[in-house]
Ligand binder design. Structure first.
Ligand SMILES: Cc1cc2nc3c(=O)[nH]c(=O)nc-3n(C[C@H](O)[C@H](O)[C@H](O)COP(=O)(O)O)c2cc1C
Length: 197
């Protein structure tokens, strides 16, 4: 094997290939037949990415999962789920901007919304969920009464920018992991069942 073959097989092994100069992750569909679903998430530290992947796993892995920074075009998809990590009661500016810029394309395709929050490690009440989803995220998307879920997330200090770390540590917030894969998968199953019924 020469040097060029070695490098390209190593990149393929890592799931990375170059397309026109841009390094991109390979698409991953456990069930390749259905490419109708997309889940678009906004995250700072990754727990919302994991929630989105586990929601897709609950659907049998049929949804393509995008970080909103990839600005996926909603056009090829029939069913779209939007989810965001919460800071200061809101999803990220990138997610809000994506929603605002794609509102007309997204509106008829949205099948579910979710947020991932810390909520001081306490269970999310119906009122808190309504505040984060019904009165904010759903409003930004201009939709009502979609299936929705508020998951508890994680705090991992090593993944945080310095200012955020200092703010949270000043509250004596410990690191925690409250995100539950079975809860995310159950939401994915419910979303799929609602569309297939
Ligand atoms: C700077 C900062 C602000 C936060 N603000 C809130 C908040 O207003 N409400 C809340 O419930 N959780 C809040 N959290 C907790 C996050 O929502 C939680 O850590 C979540 O898992 C982050 O998702 P991510 O890992 O996808 O970024 C905050 C966390 C940080 C670091």
């Amino acid at each position: 094997m020469n040097k060029r073959q070695f490098l390209s097989s190593s990149l393929a092994g890592l799931g990375l290939l170059s397309t026109g100069g841009k390094i991109t992750a390979l698409e991953y569909y456990p069930l390749a037949a259905n490419k109708k679903w997309a889940i678009v998430y906004g995250t700072w530290c990754g727990s919302t990415r994991d929630a989105a992947l586990w929601i897709s796993e609950g659907m049998g892995g049929i949804a393509q999962v995008f970080d909103v920074r990839e600005t996926p075009d909603p056009a090829p998809y029939e069913n779209i789920v939007i989810g965001g990590a919460i800071r200061g009661g809101q999803v990220s500016e990138e997610l809000q901007k994506y929603i605002a810029e794609n509102k007309s394309k997204l509106k008829a395709k949205l099948r579910g919304l979710f947020v991932v929050c810390g909520n001081m490690m306490k269970p999310v009440t119906a009122e808190q969920k309504a505040e984060m989803i019904d009165r904010r995220l759903a409003k930004q998307c201009d939709v009502k009464d979609l299936p929705s879920q508020a998951f508890l997330g994680r705090i991992t200090y090593s993944l945080m920018d310095e200012a955020s770390r200092e703010t949270l540590q000043s509250f004596k917030m410990p690191e925690y992991d409250n995100l539950k894969r079975p809860e995310c998968m159950a939401f994915g199953k419910d979303l799929l069942a609602a569309v297939n019924k």
